[in-house]
Ligand binder design. Structure first.
Ligand SMILES: *[C@@H]1O[C@H](CO)[C@@H](O)[C@H](O)[C@H]1NC(C)=O
Ligand SMILES: *[C@@H]1O[C@H](CO)[C@@H](O)[C@H](O)[C@H]1NC(C)=O
Ligand SMILES: *[C@@H]1O[C@H](CO)[C@@H](O)[C@H](O)[C@H]1NC(C)=O
Ligand SMILES: *[C@@H]1O[C@H](CO)[C@@H](O)[C@H](O)[C@H]1NC(C)=O
Ligand SMILES: *[C@@H]1O[C@H](CO)[C@@H](O)[C@H](O)[C@H]1NC(C)=O
Ligand SMILES: *[C@@H]1O[C@H](CO)[C@@H](O)[C@H](O)[C@H]1NC(C)=O
Length: 470
């Protein structure tokens, strides 16, 4: 109840509905928030939510940026998770978040691909409506951007930075290419500022290969475990190779099955390591530890649950309750039969609608060749999208031989927080002490990333870091 009163007083100011072609837009009366649906394809509706920053600084030489946040999963809700549990203005208890990225940018959240969160299709039995590939998901996102940006000159002044987490990295890369194409064709009016890939599932093979040796090096498995994981790894790759050869369009189902088996082997041989932070036990996870089925759940299914932890929400409440309760009431335009699921990965998996094991390295190269700034940042303790895995990406060999610089926080140069290596428009950050969820684990270092990627001015960040220091 307290939550509701807070919400009524401070959040719901008013609602205005405008009906454009196939878009529904609403927002707060003061214009600080706008949200809506775009019919990205017939019968496919994508939800977006834009927050204008109260911290905006007008500087013609450095226009205020917009960050489009792309959540992982695939199928986790950016509007729910990314917004309320990671970087938005309010946390899961609807209390102001000091570390909101609104301090640095306007924030655009989307529920993508369609079928995720508040985004929906009109006919759930029509198998042609969900996207089948990452590229199709990116085309839908491009359609959404056209609807939101074209015809709004004030939005077009801001460069758009696409920041992705986990599986969202693939969508980000695909979106970068698709948006560039639309911009070049004069169909999309926006400035693409850059792409940032946080612990991103860009090259599944490299990550999977890295698990055994990494866990062995940090004593989390022994030789027996390494051997067991190698056997399954070989199995996984044999199956994946076969499928790749047979079906150029990629039916990755068998490889995916082997992938889950490999996860199980790693779990069995490590006494259940946490795939999002190899320093932790899976059972110690605040949420996972409470359920018996924990060890049977795969890491991808655990993705959205992980963030939904007691750090952000009280134990009597959780994100789906919030999203289906006060937030749905606030937004007004969410159809009653569209429900937020805790994790929608299963939907995508069962329908084989996303090629989980496809690789996106060539597409990253393409973005770089087109002069787009690409930043990769990886948490040191992540297993699922491990740093050694990312370092194995093809084409990085020469890059990795360059020198790297240490980074510190808040003027305290007694503790190394990260390392940075840059070559032309490519930047790689090693974030020490962080697991998979870099934005969540050590926000302060995350801000540093944005500084060093020249998203924001350095002095401003230092200020914020001091303000946030804990
Ligand atoms: C957020 O900032 C306010 C004002 O400076 C401070 O009182 C509060 O303790 C901060 N909260 C957290 C969680 O850091
Ligand atoms: C919601 O209900 C409408 C009208 O009954 C129906 O057309 C639509 O398919 C339903 N949508 C979902 C996602 O169930
Ligand atoms: C353009 O977008 C901004 C930010 O959401 C909004 O405040 C403004 O009303 C929009 N302008 C038009 C003409 O829609
Ligand atoms: C990429 O970053 C550099 C600085 O590192 C900046 O000068 C350049 O404008 C950026 N490129 C784009 C397309 O934003
Ligand atoms: C692991 O496998 C290798 C051969 O692949 C073998 O030489 C070694 O003895 C095995 N180690 C253990 C601990 O089983
Ligand atoms: C993991 O351990 C469980 C329990 O011992 C066993 O049932 C299962 O078959 C093991 N999985 C693999 C892939 O080895």
């Amino acid at each position: 109840m307290a939550k509701k009163i807070f919400f009524l007083l401070f959040v719901v100011i008013s609602l205005s509905l405008l009906h454009e072609d196939q878009a529904i837009t609403a927002g707060t009366e003061d214009g600080s928030e706008q949200w809506g649906y775009v019919e990205v394809r017939p019968k496919a509706h994508m939800f977006w939510w834009l927050y204008k920053s109260p911290y905006r600084v007008e500087d013609p030489s450095k226009p205020w940026p917009i960050i489009l946040w792309l959540q992982g999963g695939p199928g986790a809700s950016g509007v729910g998770l990314g917004n309320f549990l990671e970087i938005g203005p309010l946390d899961g208890n609807l209390k102001p978040r000091n570390s909101t990225w609104l301090r640095k940018a306007d924030l655009l959240f989307v529920d993508s691909p369609v079928g995720t969160g508040y985004s929906y299709v009109d006919d759930v039995y029509d198998r042609s409506l969900p996207v089948k590939t990452d590229v199709e998901a990116a085309i839908d996102l491009t359609t959404l951007l056209k609807e939101v940006f074209n015809g709004n000159e004030s939005l077009q002044q801001s460069p758009l930075y696409v920041v992705a987490e986990s599986y969202g990295g693939k969508f980000a890369v695909a979106l970068g290419l698709s948006a560039l194409k639309a911009i070049e064709a004069g169909e999309l009016n926006l400035k693409l500022g850059g792409i940032a890939l946080g612990d991103s599932w860009i090259s599944p093979e490299d990550f999977v290969l890295s698990w055994g040796p990494l866990l062995k090096a940090v004593s989390r498995i022994d030789n027996n475990g390494l051997n067991a994981s190698n056997r399954f790894k070989m199995h996984l790759f044999a199956v994946a190779q076969m499928i790749k050869q047979q079906l150029a369009e990629g039916q990755y189902t068998k490889a995916e099955h082997s992938f889950f088996l490999l996860e199980e082997v790693i779990g069995n041989n490590s006494n259940f390591v946490d795939f999002y932070n190899f320093m932790l036990d899976f059972d110690n996870d605040p949420i996972e530890g409470t359920t018996n089925e924990a060890s049977r759940r795969t890491s991808t299914e655990r993705y959205s649950k992980y963030l939904d932890s007691s750090r952000s929400l009280s134990t009597s409440d959780d994100l789906p309750t919030l999203m289906d309760g006060v937030i749905r009431e606030k937004l007004k335009i969410i159809p009653t039969n569209v429900t937020i699921l805790r994790c929608t990965y299963a939907r995508f998996s069962k329908k084989k609608s996303i090629n989980f094991h496809s690789t996106f390295l060539l597409q990253v190269d393409e973005l770089l060749a087109k002069g787009i700034n690409v930043t990769v940042y990886n948490g040191q303790l992540d297993l699922i999208c491990s740093t050694p895995g990312a370092e194995s990406w093809e084409g990085l060999k020469t890059f990795l031989s360059l020198d790297r610089s240490p980074l510190y926080c808040g003027g305290d140069d007694s503790v190394t927080q990260a390392f940075l290596k840059s070559y032309k428009n490519f930047h790689f950050y090693w974030i020490l002490g962080a697991g998979h969820f870099v934005s969540h684990t050590i926000f302060i270092v995350h801000l540093y990333i944005l500084v060093a990627t020249k998203f924001f001015s350095r002095s401003y960040i230092i200020e914020t870091i001091q303000f946030l220091k804990f």
